[in-house]
Design a protein around this ligand. Sequence first.
Ligand code: MG
Ligand code: FE
Length: 172
Amino acid sequence: MMTPQSVARDVFLVGVKNAHAMEKQALSIMEPQVQRLEHYPEVSRKLQQHISETNDQIERLNKILADAGHSPSSMKDAFLSAMGGMASMGHMPAGDEVLKNSFANYAFENYEIAAYIGLIASANMAGESAAVPVLQQSLGEEQQMARWIQEHLSEVTQAFISRSASGTRADV
Ligand code: MG
Ligand code: FE
């Protein structure tokens, strides 16, 4: 029989790899948005800040795997997956792109929050105590990003409506 700790270690390692794939997907969702956004400078700045945080998060996950004896280069990101449908939204022409992307970004950040909470629980059960504060830092960044999106959804919608009403480009 396997011990709870050895099961937790397996769950933890799979979780780190899944989180790595998730963060790569996060970049693939945010980077095209930043390139397209023209009229929502606050959203653009926030996305750029979170892209930078996301790169740090990927480095943290690489280090956790390296410390566990797994080389980051051997990590093959599973082709995605849970949030794939939402991720592709940015590629579809839509008159309300900034709104659809804001909703999808909010959903994605909350998915990340859930993933890090689970990963931290498995790290604790696996005795991987060094990874816990590192993962908590990433969790805090996801929570901050989700909160920012939530706090700006009304404002972005109002700006979208005002721009649309005045006949100026509103979608990006
Ligand atoms: Mg992230
Ligand atoms: Fe995030």
